[in-house]
Design a protein around this ligand. Structure first.
Ligand SMILES: O=C(O)CCC(=O)C(=O)O
Ligand SMILES: [Fe+2]
Length: 331
């Protein structure tokens, strides 16, 4: 990893989008959208969708009010709430210059009570506007994540009962991020280093500053524009494991904002609790032999945060941890 452009140029090629607005299941339009979603997920581990989960009003409420209010809280309030973290933290293994990134997570934010408890720790008098914004975001985006997971699994030929079980057995977390301006523009034009997520899927909503990039074809970087009305859904290592490698975990990174703060809000899905995760039966056969041994997600997370896991972060840490064929012969 070098300085300057980080050794890889970002291409300005237009990223393909799939329109998921107003689709009814079991229609031709659904089947066409499903084919496009599955193709993008199977090729690159992400899909950019046109969707009304985050309409103009909710977008304004989120990026124009909720996040600025949250991050404007006094340092001591943030610190004592126990909710804020900065620098490398649970779920992070990118290179994060500590003063550049702050992040706050809320577990299962479709439950208004969870969001109220969270706001109560920061604003003793409550903050109903903040709660409404986060709950609406979580509900709409959760539905989108489930639609993309369903389409991808259907497109890969998974049976309905397995899909229903898979969708039901996920929990979700919302994460609100603030990227400050990096202290040294010369050496840090990347504010979050390249990594795959360890979860099932993550939907990312970017504020107007943008900066998210995804890797395609094992090397080229594509910028994901922060275009209102679009959202990106990214597959993580859990999805790779359960699909027996049919969906690669998308490698992505965040380019440092150009002299401005950047906000993003993420909704990640992962298996509830810490069950042993394994490939879905329908996706293992003679033509597709088992690629990953069953493993515990918590143990895998611990590996990702270990020294060895951090070193591997762009180089298939899942394979190193539980691959049936370990690296050794070749990369
Ligand atoms: O802020 C973003 O756009 C992406 C953040 C990210 O990749 C992560 O938190 O894992
Ligand atoms: Fe990520």
């Amino acid at each position: 990893m070098g300085s300057g452009d980080d050794g890889a140029t970002t291409q300005l090629m237009k990223i393909a989008k799939v329109d998921l607005r107003g689709l009814q299941s079991n229609t031709m339009a659904w089947a066409e959208a499903r084919a496009a979603v599955t193709a993008s997920m199977a090729a690159h581990g992400y899909v950019v969708v046109v969707h009304d989960a985050l309409d103009a009003e909710l977008r304004r409420a989120l990026f124009g009010r909720a996040l600025p209010e949250l991050y404007a809280l006094p340092f001591d309030t943030k610190k004592s709430s126990g909710a804020f973290s900065n620098g490398p933290h649970r779920g992070y293994d990118g290179q994060v210059p500590s003063e550049v990134l702050e992040s706050v997570a809320i577990l299962n934010p479709v439950e208004p009570g969870n969001v109220r408890d969270f706001t109560g720790r920061l604003w003793p008098q409550g903050n109903p506007g903040f709660c409404d914004t986060i709950v609406s975001f979580a509900k709409n985006v959760l539905e989108l994540a489930q639609t993309v997971e369903r389409m991808t699994l259907e497109g890969l030929g998974v049976h309905e009962e397995s899909i229903a079980w898979q969708l039901f057995s996920q929990s979700h977390t919302a994460r609100m991020m603030l990227y400050g301006t990096p202290p040294d523009k010369e050496t840090s034009n990347i504010s979050l280093g390249a990594h795959p997520d360890d979860q099932m899927t993550t939907v990312i909503a970017q504020h107007e500053v943008g900066g998210l990039e995804v890797q395609v074809d094992g090397g080229r970087w594509l910028a994901v524009p922060p275009e209102p009305g679009t959202l990106i859904v990214i597959g993580g290592d859990q999805l790779t494991l359960v699909t027996n490698g049919r969906v690669p975990a998308c490698i992505h990174r965040v380019r440092a904002p150009s002299g401005r703060e950047r906000f993003s809000v993420l909704l990640s899905r992962r298996r509830k609790g810490d069950p042993i995760m394994r490939a879905m039966d329908e996706l293992v056969d003679e033509d597709h032999p088992l690629m990953y041994n069953p493993c515990s997600h918590e143990e895998y997370r611990a590996f990702r945060l270990s020294e060895e896991g951090r070193k591997l972060r762009e180089h298939n840490p899942l394979k190193a941890f539980c691959g049936v064929e370990k690296d050794g012969s070749k990369e």
